[in-house]
Design a protein around this ligand. Structure first.
Ligand code: HEM
Length: 131
C-alpha cells in the first residue's frame, strides 16, 4: 500500500512539474505553427492550397493572440509590450483576410504579394519586441 501511495505521489509531482513546462512552450509552439503555415502559403501555386495554408495561419495567429509570451507574463494586459503584441497579431490577421479576399477575387499575383508582406510584419514586430 505504501508503495502505491509513493507511486501516486511521484506521478502527481511529475504532473505538477510538467504543467508549467507545457505552458512555457505555448507562444513558441504557436509561432512555429504560424511559420509553417506562412511558408506553405508562400510556396503554394494554386488557390486551394493558398486558402488552406492561410486558414491554418489564421488559426495559429488567433491561438497566439489568446496566449501570453513568457517574457510578458508579469506585465499588465494594458502594458506597452502586451499591447504591441496584440496589435502585431491583429495586423497579421488583417493581412491574412485581405490575401484570402484577393484569392477569392481570382487575383493570385496580388495575393502572393500580400502573403509576402506578412513576412515584413513579422520582422517589424519581432524587432519591436526584441525577439
Ligand atoms: C506570420 C508571422 C510570424 C511568424 C511566421 C513568426 C514566427 C516566429 C518564430 C519562428 C519564432 C521563434 C519560436 C521559437 O522560439 O522557436 C517566433 C517568436 C516570437 N514571435 Fe513571432 N512570428 C510572426 C509574427 C509575430 C508577430 C506579429 C508578433 C508580435 C506582435 C510575434 C511575436 C513573437 C514573440 C513574442 C516570440 C517569442 C516567443 C517566446 O519564445 O516566448 N511574432 N515567431
Amino acid at each position: 500500500m505504501n508503495k502505491i501511495a509513493s507511486i501516486c505521489c511521484t506521478l502527481l509531482f511529475s504532473a505538477s512539474m510538467a504543467v508549467p513546462l507545457l505552458a512555457h512552450a505555448s507562444v513558441e509552439a504557436d509561432m512555429k505553427a504560424m511559420s509553417k503555415a506562412l511558408r506553405s502559403a508562400s510556396t503554394a501555386t494554386d488557390a486551394a492550397t493558398m486558402q488552406s495554408s492561410l486558414a491554418a495561419l489564421k488559426e495559429a495567429t488567433l491561438k497566439a493572440k489568446s496566449d501570453v509570451p513568457d517574457g510578458m507574463k508579469d506585465q499588465a494586459a494594458d502594458s506597452p509590450a502586451r499591447k504591441t503584441y496584440t496589435e502585431g497579431l491583429d495586423s497579421v490577421l488583417q493581412q491574412v483576410d485581405a490575401a484570402k479576399a484577393l484569392i477569392d477575387a481570382g487575383k493570385l499575383d496580388e495575393a502572393k504579394a500580400a502573403i509576402k508582406a506578412i513576412n515584413d510584419t513579422k520582422k517589424s514586430y519581432h524587432q519591436k519586441l526584441g525577439v
